[in-house]
Design a protein around this ligand. Structure first.
Ligand SMILES: [Cu+2]
Length: 300
C-alpha cells in the first residue's frame, strides 16, 4: 500500500518536473528578449557573454551552492538529533581537532579557486573589449530616456553623428500587437546580427546616473555624467530584445526602457539608408514593414 503511494508520488513528481522543464523551455523558445510570468531561470542568452554567464550560473555556481546547503543542513540535523540534551546528557569536552580544522580551511579554498578560474575568464571576455564592427553611443538623459548616436553612419562638420535619435517609452494607447507595455520604445535601436557592436555609454553632464542593460545580451553598464564607459555585445540571433534602466535614477526610473532589434545585415543596411534620409520614425516603420514581410516580426 505504502509502496504504491510512494510510486504514485514519484510518478507525479517526475511528471511535474518534466512539465516544468518543458513549460520553461517552451516559454523560453517563444519569448526571447523579455521575462515572462512564472519563468524559471534566466532569459535565453544570445551573446557569447550571456552564454558564458548562464553556463557559469547553471552548471557551476548553482550545483556548488546546492551541495553546500544540503551538507550544512545535514550537519545541523545530525547535531540536533545526536547531541541534544536528552540523547547526549554528558557533553564531550573536546576543543581541537587538527584534521577537521585543516579540512574546513583547505576545502573552501579549493572551492573558491574552482569558482575563481572561470570567473576571471568571464571577466576578461566581458571587459577585454574586442575590435568592433560598429559603434553606438548611448546617452542617458535626465528626462528619463535614452539618446542613441550612430557615428559610423556619417558625421556632420562639427563631428556630431548624423544619425541620432532619442527613444521614449511607448505610450500605453500606442501599443501595437507585438509591443510590451513598459518595454517597448517608440523607436528601437537596430543592429546587425553576428556583428561586434561597441557601445560608448555616458549620461547627460547635467543629469543623473542610469544603467543600460539587456539581460539576453548578458550586459549591464552604468551611464555616468562626465564619464565614458565602454562595453560590447555580439548578438548571434535575430530578434527583439528588451531591457530597462538598471540604476535607481529618479521618479521615472521604471519608464525608460531599451528595445534592440537584431536584424540581418541586409535589413540593417536598408534601415541605415532610410534613417539617413528620413527620420527615425519613418525608418522604424520601414524596417518593421520589411520584417513583417519576411515573417520575422511576431504578429500576436
Ligand atoms: Cu535611469
Amino acid at each position: 500500500m505504502r509502496k504504491e503511494a510512494g510510486m504514485r508520488f514519484a510518478k507525479l513528481w517526475a511528471g511535474s518536473a518534466v512539465a516544468l522543464v518543458l513549460g520553461a523551455g517552451m516559454a523560453m523558445a517563444e519569448t526571447g528578449g523579455h521575462a515572462v510570468p512564472w519563468q524559471m531561470g534566466l532569459q535565453p542568452g544570445v551573446t557569447p557573454s550571456a552564454e558564458f554567464i548562464h553556463w557559469f550560473h547553471n552548471y557551476l555556481l548553482l550545483p556548488i551552492i546546492t551541495v553546500i546547503t544540503f551538507f550544512v543542513l545535514g550537519l545541523l540535523i545530525y547535531v540536533m538529533v545526536k547531541f541534544n540534551a536528552k540523547a547526549n546528557p554528558v557533553p564531550s569536552k573536546t576543543t581541537h581537532n587538527t584534521l577537521v580544522e585543516v579540512l574546513w580551511t583547505v576545502i573552501p579554498i579549493i572551492i573558491l579557486v574552482v569558482i575563481a578560474i572561470p570567473s576571471f575568464r568571464l571577466l576578461y571576455l566581458q571587459r577585454d573589449i574586442p575590435k568592433g564592427d560598429m559603434t553606438i553611443k548611448v546617452i542617458g538623459n535626465p528626462s528619463w530616456n535614452w539618446t542613441y548616436e550612430y557615428p559610423d553612419l556619417g558625421t556632420n562638420a562639427d563631428g556630431s553623428a548624423k544619425v541620432s535619435f532619442t527613444a521614449f517609452l511607448k505610450a500605453k494607447d500606442k501599443l501595437e500587437a507585438n509591443d510590451t507595455w513598459l518595454l517597448s520604445t517608440d523607436v528601437p535601436v537596430v543592429v546587425p546580427v553576428n556583428k561586434v557592436v561597441r557601445l560608448y555609454v555616458t549620461a547627460d553632464p547635467e543629469g543623473i546616473i542610469h544603467s543600460w542593460t539587456i539581460p539576453a545580451f548578458g550586459m549591464k553598464i552604468d551611464a555616468i555624467p562626465g564619464r565614458l564607459n565602454e562595453d560590447w555585445f555580439q548578438a548571434t540571433k535575430e530578434g527583439v530584445y528588451y531591457g530597462q534602466c538598471s540604476e535607481l535614477c529618479g521618479k521615472d526610473h521604471a519608464f525608460m526602457p531599451i528595445e534592440v532589434h537584431v536584424v540581418s545585415q541586409a535589413d540593417f543596411d536598408a534601415w541605415a539608408a532610410k534613417i539617413k534620409t528620413a527620420g527615425a520614425d519613418e525608418a522604424r516603420s520601414y524596417l518593421f514593414a520589411l520584417l513583417k514581410a519576411e515573417g520575422q516580426l511576431a504578429q500576436k
